[in-house]
Design a binder for this molecule. Structure first.
Ligand code: ZN
Length: 91
């Protein structure tokens, strides 16, 4: 279990939602599929995800979001040798 302030959680959720390397957490309502935004609940006790379009609220936030580091992910992907995906004639 990771111990973070609500402000730190919001920051890390935003980092995940803005990262181009992962699949964003999106609204599950039909025909919505908008990227959810983190909000600190009014009483300040916990963080939720809210859809800016239909106001759907998701209370469960997967913990891997808090461990994730987008910059590190990008660095690792850049190190990969993309030649493995090309046809032999292209090498
Ligand atoms: Zn929605």
């Amino acid at each position: 279990m990771i111990l973070l302030t609500n402000e730190e959680k919001v920051k890390r959720i935003k980092e995940w939602q803005e990262c181009q390397m992962v699949h964003q957490l999106t609204c599950i309502m039909d025909n919505c599929d908008v990227i959810l935004e983190p909000r600190i609940k009014d009483n300040g006790n916990y963080v939720i995800l809210e859809c800016p379009k239909c106001k759907y609220v998701q209370e469960h936030i997967p913990e891997f979001v808090y461990y994730f580091n987008c910059k590190k992910m990008e660095e690792q992907v850049k190190k990969l040798d993309w030649k493995i995906y090309k046809d032999e004639k292209d090498i």
